[in-house]
Design a protein around this ligand. Structure first.
Ligand SMILES: [Zn+2]
Ligand SMILES: [Zn+2]
Length: 256
């Protein structure tokens, strides 16, 4: 049995936890240490109980809590060597790798893949195997063959559904930022995400949590609607549990 819980997801901060066996793995450390500690406390945990802190990339919304959080835990940092060099705080004996490597955290298999994103060293992760497996893929402009394969092997998927393309195009972002988000090194749109989710539904994925929704250029109903429509078109909407993570709102823990 494994457990996953999203603490917060979006452009202002990202953090969640994957618990399996004795491993208590914080995935990204955005927002601030106070908020993350409060979420951990909801689960009956203290920062000192964390065994690993896995980082996808060094953008502020994924690492801003590290300087304070690392004072309260001896959890091992897990990230690419490039990300390590970019972190705002470092501590202890990290587990460093190159994006695409396979790792073992204690006895937990972890697969990684490089993500096309405008931050050096970015990657995504797949934790565990079988029913407990979880792919965690956000902050990617496009889904490469390697990322698709990493997702395909997992029963559970946390995937970016960042923006509605029309809302982004007509919204308040300055033009260069719109171009950045839309580029293949930016963020996944609802439409692209829905296409990937429907392709994966033909395989073994059974639970999908949409994440990193833009608060300016998206609405949960739009993101969920697009993926649900794509699943319905396949007749697969009854086979896949679909949900969305929110910003600054701890989700009910999901048992995998
Ligand atoms: Zn981000
Ligand atoms: Zn990012």
């Amino acid at each position: 049995m494994a457990l996953f819980c999203s603490f917060t997801s979006g452009s202002k901060g990202n953090s969640g936890i994957y618990i399996q066996g004795g491993k208590r793995i914080l995935i990204d450390a955005g927002t601030n240490a106070k908020y993350i500690c409060a979420c951990l406390a909801e689960l009956g945990l203290r920062p000192a109980d964390l065994t690993h802190i896995v980082i996808t990339h060094a953008h502020n919304d994924h690492v801003s809590a590290l300087p304070v959080l690392l004072k309260r835990t001896d959890a091992r940092l897990v990230c690419t060597g490039t990300t390590w060099d970019l972190l705002p705080a470092r501590k202890g004996d990290p587990i460093l790798f190159e994006a695409g490597d396979s790792l073992v955290l204690d006895d937990l298999p972890v697969q990684t893949a490089p993500t096309p994103h405008d931050c050096l060293g970015s990657c995504c992760y797949a934790f565990g195997s079988g029913e407990e497996s979880l792919a965690y893929c956000t902050d990617l402009g496009t889904v490469t063959a390697d990322i698709f394969e990493l997702m395909r092997r997992c029963r559970n998927l946390f995937i970016e559904s960042n923006h509605d393309v029309d809302m982004l195009r007509t919204g308040p972002y300055p033009y260069p930022l719109k171009q950045r988000v839309l580029s293949d090194r930016g963020h996944l749109s609802n439409e692209t995400c829905a296409g990937i989710v429907s392709r994966l539904a033909l395989g073994g994925v059974r639970r999908v949590i949409l994440g990193h929704l833009s608060e300016v250029n998206n609405q949960p109903a739009l993101a969920l609607g697009q993926s649900r429509k794509a699943l319905q078109a396949l007749g697969a909407d009854g086979d896949v549990l679909l949900g969305a993570a929110a910003a600054r709102q701890m989700q009910p823990p999901v048992v995998l």
